[in-house]
Design a protein around this ligand. Structure first.
Ligand code: SIN
Length: 528
C-alpha cells in the first residue's frame, strides 16, 4: 500500500462518515471547474464542490478578457508565437498549440451558453495587452471574468445531473489501488465522504499565500496541497506572476487595475510625473508583466521610495465610466477619479503558473485524478503567462478534461482498501506572518539567503499526531506546505527566467531552458 499524507486522521474512520456517490466530483467552481462539469456527459452524476457561492472565485475577479485569435490581423500561429515568446523558453509546445488552436472554439462555446463580448459594427472589439503582437483580447467591459462565471453558473443551475455543493472545503483526496476514488470535504464543520469514479481538481492557484494579492481570498492552493499529500507530482511551483498595476484600497486590499488600461494607451509615471518604462524596455508600458513589475521595483529604488502611478486621464470621463465601469466605480469609492487623478499602483501576486502536473487532457500522475485551470501545470504558460490566456486555459482544458472522462469507463467501485498514510500538518506559521515572509523572500525578486532562511523555518516533517481539526487549521497547514514547496522550487532553479528572478543568478541558464521543477511526496525535488 502506498504511503501518502493526510491532513486529518478522519480517513481512518471513513466508514463512519456520511457518504455520497457520484460518477465525477469536480472541486472548484471557477471557469475551469464549471466548464469541466458542464462538459461531462449529462448521463453522469457530477458533484460541483465550491468553497463559496458558484460565481465567487478568482475567475469572478478577472477583468481583462480572454485572448483568442479571431481578429482580422491575427492567426493561431501568431497567438502561439506570442505565448511561446512571453513564456521564455519554458512553455510546453504541444500545450500551447492546443490552447491557441482551440481558442476560437472555446469562445464559441461560451457564446453558445449566452456569454456576451463587447462588439462594434465590425464584430468583437478586441483589445490589446502586454506581450500580444495584435489586438486579441475578447472582453466584456472590465468584468469579463464575472460575466463568464455568471453565465456558466446559470447553466450549472439548470443542469439536473450536476449537484452544486456550496460552502465545502476540500480536506483530502482519497486513493485506493485504482487511483483516486473520491475525497473528504468539510461542510459547516462536518466531514463528508464523496466517493467518485473520477475527481477533477480545479481549485485555482496559490497567490493568496502572498501579502499582496489580486485574487479571491480563497486562492490558497488547497487542491494543490491535497494532491501533493496524495502523492501526485507537482511542477513549476516557483513561477508566480505579479501583476504590475494593483491599487491598494482604503481597506488595505490589492485591487486589480486591468492591463487593458495600458493596452489602450494608459501610461506609467514616477514621482516626477514622468514616464519611466521606455528606459526599461522597448515595448514600454506594453512589456510583459514580469518586466514591468521588476522595472517598477527598480524605479522605486531609483527615486528613493515613494509611489508610481497609472495615468489614464486622457481617456476622458465618458470613456472611462463606460469601458472601465468596475474599476472606475471602485476607485471612486476610494476617492480617486480616473479622469482627474493619477492612480498609485504597486505589483501584487496575481497568478500562479505552477501546480498539479498534467498532460494535455488534464490527467495527473494519479489515475482517475484530473486537474485543470490555475491548479494545473500544463506547461502552457512556461515561465510567464501571456495576459488573458488564463480564462482561455480554463475553458480549453476544462473541456479537454471532460472529453477524457467521457471517453473512459468511470466506476465508483473501490478496488482494495483505501491507501493509508501519515499525517501532514505542514509547518506551523501564522498565515499573516507567512504571507509577509513569502512576499519578502519569494516575491518579484528573490535570492538564496532569503529563500533558504524561509525554507528552514517552514521545513518540518510530517507529524504523527492528530492533524488540524477545523477549516482554519487545514488552511494553515496547506499554506505552510505550499509555501515550503514554492520556496524549495525557487531555490532549485538557479537562474532567472520569466517571473522567477534571482539577484544571485540574474541570467538565464541555457541548459535549464526546457527543464521543470518536479515535486512529489516522499521524494527529493528535482529540476529535470
Ligand atoms: C488583467 O485584466 O489585467 C488581468 C488579465 C489576466 O490576468 O490575464
Amino acid at each position: 500500500m502506498t504511503q501518502r499524507g493526510y491532513i486529518t486522521p478522519a480517513w481512518r474512520k471513513l466508514g463512519e462518515l456520511p457518504e455520497k456517490r457520484y460518477d465525477v466530483v469536480v472541486v472548484g467552481a471557477g471557469v475551469a471547474g464549471m466548464t469541466a462539469a458542464l462538459s461531462i456527459d449529462p448521463s453522469c452524476s457530477v458533484a460541483l464542490v465550491s468553497k463559496a457561492e458558484l460565481a465567487e472565485s478568482s475567475t469572478h475577479k478577472a477583468q481583462g478578457g480572454m485572448a483568442v485569435a479571431v481578429g482580422p490581423d491575427d492567426s493561431v500561429q501568431l497567438h502561439f508565437d506570442d505565448t511561446m515568446r512571453v513564456g521564455q523558453g519554458a512553455c510546453r509546445k504541444e500545450a500551447v498549440a492546443v490552447l491557441t488552436a482551440e481558442g476560437p472554439a472555446a469562445l464559441a462555446y461560451l457564446q453558445t451558453l449566452g456569454a456576451d463580448f463587447c462588439r462594434d459594427g465590425n464584430g468583437l472589439t478586441l483589445t490589446r495587452e502586454g506581450g500580444h503582437s495584435c489586438h486579441r483580447v475578447a472582453n466584456y467591459y472590465d468584468y469579463t471574468g464575472r460575466h463568464i462565471a455568471e453565465t456558466l453558473a446559470g447553466e450549472v443551475e439548470r443542469r439536473s445531473n450536476i449537484e452544486p455543493i456550496k460552502g465545502a472545503f476540500l480536506v483530502d483526496l482519497l486513493t485506493a489501488a485504482q487511483g483516486c476514488c473520491g475525497c473528504l470535504v468539510e461542510v459547516a464543520g462536518r466531514l463528508i465522504h464523496l466517493r467518485a469514479g473520477a475527481v477533477v481538481v480545479a481549485t485555482g492557484g496559490y497567490s493568496g499565500l502572498f501579502a499582496r494579492s489580486t485574487n479571491a481570498l480563497s486562492s490558497c492552493g488547497d487542491g494543490i496541497a491535497a494532491a501533493y499529500r496524495a502523492g501526485v507530482v507537482l511542477s513549476d511551483m516557483e513561477f508566480v506572476q505579479f501583476h504590475p498595476t494593483a491599487f491598494t484600497t482604503l481597506t488595505g486590499k490589492a485591487f486589480l487595475l486591468t492591463e487593458a488600461f495600458r493596452g489602450e494607451g494608459a501610461l506609467l509615471l514616477n514621482e516626477a510625473r514622468e514616464r519611466f518604462m521606455p528606459a526599461y524596455h522597448e515595448s514600454a508600458e506594453l512589456a510583459p508583466r514580469d518586466v514591468v513589475s521588476r522595472a517598477m521595483l527598480r524605479e522605486t529604488e531609483r527615486q528613493g521610495g515613494g509611489s508610481l502611478y497609472l495615468d489614464a486621464r486622457h481617456f476622458g470621463k465618458d470613456y472611462l465610466v463606460d469601458r472601465f465601469r468596475q474599476v472606475y466605480a471602485e476607485l471612486a469609492k476610494n476617492n480617486y477619479y480616473m479622469e482627474r487623478d493619477i492612480i498609485p499602483i504597486a505589483p501584487a501576486a496575481h497568478y500562479t503558473i505552477g501546480g498539479i502536473k498534467t498532460d494535455l487532457y488534464g490527467r495527473t500522475s494519479l489515475p482517475c485524478l484530473y486537474a485543470c485551470g490555475e491548479a494545473a501545470a500544463t506547461g502552457v504558460h512556461g515561465a510567464n503567462r501571456l495576459a488573458s490566456n488564463s480564462l482561455l486555459e480554463g475553458v480549453v482544458f476544462g473541456r479537454r478534461v471532460a472529453a477524457c472522462i467521457n471517453g473512459s469507463r468511470v466506476s465508483t467501485a473501490v478496488s482494495g482498501a483505501l491507501c493509508e498514510g501519515v499525517l501532514d500538518r505542514g509547518p506551523d506559521l501564522e498565515l499573516s506572518v507567512l504571507q509577509s515572509r513569502l512576499e519578502a523572500a519569494a516575491g518579484v525578486v528573490r535570492q538564496a539567503d532569503g529563500l533558504s532562511s524561509l525554507l528552514s523555518t517552514l521545513k518540518t516533517g510530517p507529524k504523527n499526531e492528530p492533524g488540524a481539526a477545523d477549516r482554519r487549521g487545514y488552511q494553515a497547514s496547506n499554506a505552510g506546505r505550499l509555501a515550503a514547496l514554492l520556496v524549495e522550487a525557487a531555490l532549485l532553479r538557479k537562474e532567472s527566467r520569466g517571473v522567477h528572478y534571482r539577484t544571485d543568478f540574474p541570467d538565464k541558464c541555457d541548459a535549464d531552458a526546457g527543464k521543470h521543477t518536479l515535486q512529489q511526496w516522499g521524494k527529493e525535488a528535482v529540476l529535470a
